[in-house]
Design a binder for this molecule. Structure first.
Ligand code: ZN
Length: 560
């Protein structure tokens, strides 16, 4: 997404030792100063308004200062390849006297707290090292002899020992998968806040935003869902240090930052990364096998609930990411497929296909290692079609039909058939309630489909429709996103009870629904439809020892 960081640049001034210079603006993000004598330095001063508490820009307040280079460093035209020196001074205010600074940027000369001089090889290196300063807590660990650090900003009660142990296992798992760790330092920068989630990958570090409750608390040994999600996020961004920061689409190489750069390959870069992020948690023994399969069931459910998957391929979704995936509107579930989630299922399907066809001799792990050797280590960019041909080359099989359907087509992946190879039975059923996203079960249950309006409700207390699904009852009746449902069959409703009101309706009964559309009161007759079979349950087949062994080999888990 084009984020227009230059809009936060304020009070631009240019001068030399002889005095101030005039300047003009050429476009939304380019300044040109009047020519000055060659024997003097051009000095440019500007302020940056920094108030976006996310991993992608900059945020400064009395507790910390965080920034990405993209938000603060102007790029000097024609000097992109020059080495740069950066001095970061400790803020003068009393509150900053105890601050420390964390960044993965190359050190030139800094004090014990990290303030001082840094070096960047060129402009693209300069903007690839986010900087955090504040009262940070941190821990260190080593992976394959490489120093790793996690630095945390924000109030938290994280059990740093457990966190260090789990994180080092995950990093070790990824490093072993690729066979080498191509760096000399790595930094996890974490902002722990009340409520937040996000991550952004860099070559030598990652920025993460999480809820402080997601960090495991001292004294609590059970790993809750939030902590599992946080480990998955760390795992995802760390995998990117190979897959997208070093193995890159060819079109990303040497491109400027001014315009959208289009690629059809995000299903591989984000999708495969999304497959390995959670897989590494079970392979490194941070979660149990059944927990992993539960996550997998939820992912399958998520993909099955988007009708957009029947209209858009993941190759198209990648290409249009700039204006569709990153600019989602109320029609997104009907129009867009996620190259993250469907991409991760394509990775799963490809992994299981390769294992099945080669009797376990060739796996997706081999594909990732081959991608690393051919494109990561060499710096050669990945072109469209390269992944497909590499898979065929190392497996010795023609997999073009698989890619034609999975990547360029819109039919559903044959997961039910593929999962049986590793002793897992898959079943799709209607959801039993609105929070039901499937899971691992002992026995498949037959569920009588409940009445379903075919909408998603917004997060406020009022019953405001946020999305209307294609082919659903609400759409047929004429309801729209933004409509506030006031009453069903004459009884007032809220977001909390809309669903139960619809479920209680008799089979043939039309519902009498009153809504506000903007400020106009309207009345609709809606005949609910049965809830679709879009919820995935997985069950282990325990009487097939060979399949069980294949499952163990896939998950690196002895028993499951
Ligand atoms: Zn990612």
């Amino acid at each position: 997404m084009i984020r227009d960081f230059a809009r936060n640049v304020l009070q631009f001034e240019a001068s030399t030792s002889h005095g101030s210079l005039s300047w003009e603006k050429l476009d939304k993000q380019t300044w040109r100063c009047e020519p000055c004598a060659c024997d003097t330095q051009l000095i440019v001063r500007y302020q940056v308004y920094a108030w976006d508490l996310s991993v992608r820009s900059a945020h400064v307040d009395t507790t910390h200062a965080y920034f990405n280079g993209t938000s603060v460093f102007l790029r000097v035209h024609g000097q992109d390849a020059d080495q740069l020196q950066v001095e970061i001074q400790r803020p003068a205010a009393d509150i900053a006297q105890a601050w420390t600074l964390a960044t993965s940027m190359s050190v030139d000369a800094v004090d014990a707290d990290g303030f001082g001089l840094y070096l960047a090889q060129d402009y693209s290196d300069l903007i690839d090292h986010p900087v955090e300063m504040g009262s940070l807590s941190h821990f260190d660990f080593s992976v394959q002899g490489v120093a790793h650090r996690m630095a945390i900003y924000g109030r938290h009660q994280a059990d740093m020992q457990t966190l260090a142990r789990d994180l080092s296992k995950i990093c070790k798992q990824h490093s072993e998968l690729f066979g080498e760790l191509p760096l000399d330092r790595y930094l996890f920068l974490v902002m722990a806040v009340g409520d937040g989630y996000g991550g952004l990958e860099h070559r030598y570090s990652t920025s993460l935003l999480c809820s402080r409750d997601d960090l495991i608390k001292t004294g609590i040994s059970t790993k809750d869902e939030g902590y599992r999600r946080f480990l998955g996020l760390c795992s995802h961004e760390y995998f990117h240090l190979w897959n997208v920061k070093r193995i890159q689409p060819e079109v990303f190489k040497g491109q400027g930052l001014d315009n959208e750069v289009h690629t059809q390959l995000l299903w591989m870069f984000e999708g495969f990364t999304s497959y390995y992020d959670d897989l590494a948690l079970v392979r490194s023994n941070c979660i149990e096998c059944k927990e992993y399969l539960g996550i997998l069931a939820n992912t399958i459910t998520g993909v099955m609930r988007g009708k957009g998957r029947l209209k858009q391929s993941v190759a198209e979704s990648s290409f249009d990411a700039w204006t569709r995936f990153y600019k989602q509107d109320e029609n997104a579930p009907n129009a867009i497929v996620s190259y993250y989630t469907k991409g991760s299922l394509i990775a799963l399907a490809l992994d299981l296909s390769l294992r099945g066809k080669t009797d376990g001799a060739c796996t997706l792990d081999d594909v990732m290692r081959a991608l690393w050797k051919r494109f990561g280590r060499t710096g050669n960019g990945v072109k469209q079609g390269d992944v497909e041909s590499l898979v065929s080359e190392i497996s010795g099989m023609d997999m073009s039909e698989f890619f034609a359907q999975a990547v360029y087509g819109t039919s559903d992946l044959p997961l039910k058939k593929l999962l049986r190879y590793v002793g897992i039975d898959m079943h799709l059923r209607p959801s039993s309630n609105e929070k039901d996203a499937g899971g691992v079960v002992e026995k498949f249950q037959s569920v009588i489909p409940r009445h379903f309006l075919g909408v998603r409700m917004g997060k406020c207390q009022d019953a405001v429709i946020s999305h209307v699904f294609d082919g659903g009852a609400a759409q047929s009746a004429g309801l729209s996103a933004g409509d506030q449902i006031l009453a069903i069959n004459g009884i007032r409703v809220s977001a909390a009870n809309v669903e139960s009101m619809v479920e209680q309706a008799d089979d043939d009964q039309e519902l009498d629904i009153h809504i506000f559309r903007r400020d106009e009161l309207m009345r609709f007759r809606v005949r609910p439809l049965p809830a679709p079979e879009d919820t995935c349950d997985l069950k282990l087949i325990n009487d097939d020892t060979e399949a069980g062994n294949r499952r163990s080999a896939w998950l690196h888990a002895p028993a499951c």
